[in-house]
Write a protein that binds this ligand. Structure first.
Ligand SMILES: Nc1nc2c(ncn2[C@@H]2O[C@H](COP(=O)(O)OP(=O)(O)O)[C@@H](O)[C@H]2O)c(=O)[nH]1
Ligand SMILES: [Mg+2]
Length: 324
């Protein structure tokens, strides 16, 4: 007999890592009953701090994340890691590589690592990350590190769900410039220039400084040079991170905005999921495609009819009913 949601939630509160892992899987897969479960989990959340770590592939994010986790554990903090991997649906991706690089981390009893694929996320990825972070938060994690590649808009959205964003740059790739292009520069609360053992790190730091001077930001994000592979500079990164989080101005309007983004994000994901599950896989769509191709129908009529046929509330209720 699979455990009931309530059993899992009470085990989660009792500190069961297995329950944590199972709850995440069920919620990610939208197993019927998930929405009731999240309603129960939500009041248990609010104490974890979410730290986004972004930068281009190979900049050392995983290495850095592992090092930060080690240091936080040494400070008696409980750490969760969400590794968002932008692998294609075909390759299966670099998740294994990340796991290997973070070994040592997953052996630490206070660190829980969860990899997530962006595969087929079609937007909504940030909501999935939020759900996972909530469950880790309810479990009792103090810090949740979210590693993601800062390339696309989806990835930028993911780190934006964090309380604080670390942008990782490296020498020798015009990386600081890349970061601006991806719109990552604006969301950085802290810059890390990693691979400081390679020539040009100081120059990258100077470039970032120069761009910050030109920028509008009132609070200039600190810039820290690190050698993640050797654990150098990590202490400073962790100190600055904690300091920034502590002094963060969590004003009413800032908090309101986060809830607003969450609501819109959750609703959007559910609507997109409904379209994916109930329409794309449905023969009705194939029929409509035929009709359009044969000139007997048009996309506007088809979508109007489809939307009119939707009863969004029912979809939620159906899911919950199945569980009871
Ligand atoms: N020279 C040097 N290499 C590093 C440093 N940090 C990470 N690396 C290496 O860079 C490669 C990519 O690291 P990884 O953490 O997987 O980067 P990610 O793709 O951003 O997660 C690995 O071979 C690391 O060993 C560093 O500070 N200096
Ligand atoms: Mg990585």
């Amino acid at each position: 007999m699979p455990k009931t949601w309530d059993e899992l939630i009470s085990e989660l509160q009792g500190g069961s890592v297995l329950a944590l892992s199972r709850l995440i899987t069920r919620v990610e897969n939208r197993v019927p009953g998930w929405i009731d479960a999240m309603q129960k989990i939500y009041p248990l959340t609010g104490s974890a701090r979410l730290v986004g770590i972004t930068g281009s592939p190979g900049s050392g994010k995983s290495t850095l994340t592992g090092q930060i986790a080690h240091l936080l554990v040494a400070k008696q903090k409980k750490v969760g890691i969400i590794a968002v991997d932008p692998s294609s649906p075909f390759s299966g991706g670099a998740i294994l590589g990340d796991r290997v690089r973070m070994t040592g981390v997953s052996d630490l009893s206070d660190v829980f690592v969860r990899s997530m694929a962006t595969r087929g996320a079609l937007g909504g990825l940030n909501q999935s990350v939020r759900d996972v972070a909530k469950i880790m938060d309810a479990f009792g994690k103090d810090y949740i590190l979210i590693e993601t590649v800062g390339v696309g808009q989806d990835e930028v959205e993911v780190v934006r769900t964090a309380d604080l964003v670390i942008v990782v740059c490296i020498p020798g790739q015009g990386d600081s410039i890349q970061a601006i292009k991806a719109g990552v520069m604006e969301i950085a609360d802290l810059f890390v220039v990693n691979k400081a053992d390679i020539d040009g790190a100081d120059q990258v730091a100077a470039d970032i400084q120069w761009m910050l001077e030109l920028g509008m930001k009132k609070e200039k994000p600190p810039i820290v040079e690190t050698i993640a592979t050797k654990g150098e500079g990590i202490n400073t990164v962790v100190e600055k991170t904690m300091e920034l989080l502590q002094h963060q101005n969590r004003s009413d309007s800032w908090l309101d905005e986060r809830v607003r983004e969450e609501l819109v994000g959750l609703a959007s994901k559910e609507i997109v999921d409904i379209i994916k599950e109930n329409w794309i896989q449905n023969n009705e769509l194939n029929l409509a495609i035929r009709q359009i191709r044969e000139g007997k129908n048009n996309p506007y009529s088809v979508v109007k009819k489809y939307l009119a046929s939707l009863s969004l509330v029912n979809v939620f209720e159906q899911q919950s009913l199945l569980d009871h």
